[in-house]
Design a protein around this ligand. Structure first.
Ligand code: CA
Length: 218
């Protein structure tokens, strides 16, 4: 399990690295957002621990850039409390977890363990509902085993709906999800993508709940 730590507070970083190594996790540490992007491109980590207040790039902007290419990388955000209030709505689903500074190292490790377990148990990386299957590591979609061509945005929407099967997701929920992945959103973006997805999927797979949103039932 390989963890990338992006943190410009060297004392804090040292403490985190020491604690993670005791858990037998491999840690790489970078100070700048730019270094983090390079590192992720060359050697994608299994988990990212990201400080929001970085010297070169705002951590939230960095997360948006990362999400453009890497939808699934688990990200734990470290942030000062006052910054959290500003960023919380935007963070939404772009991050998998967050901790406000100051925090107990023990708690950070416990949360990393949860992410590690989640990665291990999701290793099959497949979500199947009826005859539609998504593979979240290859980002591919199949129907009855036949490859289905969907755009990146369509994939993200379909994945969000399937991961939240049996829940009604509003247009705003879905917009926020695309936004957290670094996508620009026009006012009719969601309707257009849902329309196009429906042409490719079995009849009734994505249902509209009038005035509320969309649902995939399993
Ligand atoms: Ca900082």
């Amino acid at each position: 399990m390989h963890i990338l730590l992006v943190e410009d507070d060297l004392l804090l970083a040292d403490g985190i690295i020491h604690a993670l190594k005791k858990e037998r996790l491999t840690v790489n540490h970078v100070v700048l957002g730019g270094e983090a992007l390079n590192h992720i491109n060359v050697e994608p980590p299994d988990i990212l621990i990201l400080d929001l207040g970085l010297p070169d790039i705002d951590g939230f902007e960095l997360l948006k850039s990362i999400r453009k290419n890497n939808v699934t990388l688990p990200v734990l955000i470290l942030t000062a409390r006052d910054m959290l209030d500003d960023k919380l709505c935007g963070l939404d689903s772009g991050a998998d977890d967050y901790m406000t500074k100051p925090f107990e190292l023990k708690e950070l490790i416990a949360r990393i363990r949860v992410l590690v377990r989640r990665i291990s148990s999701f290793n099959s990386n497949e979500i199947a509902i009826a005859n539609v299957m998504l593979n979240t590591s290859s980002m591919s979609t199949t129907i009855n085993g036949e490859n289905l061509h969907v755009s990146k945005r369509e994939y993200m929407l379909l994945r969000t709906l399937m991961e939240n099967a049996n829940a009604i997701l509003s247009k705003e929920n879905l917009e926020q999800k695309l936004y957290s992945w670094g996508e620009e959103i026009a006012s009719n973006t969601i309707e257009v993508h849902i329309h196009n997805l429906r042409k490719k999927l079995p009849d009734g797979f994505i249902q509209t709940i009038h005035g509320m949103g969309y649902i995939v039932k399993k």
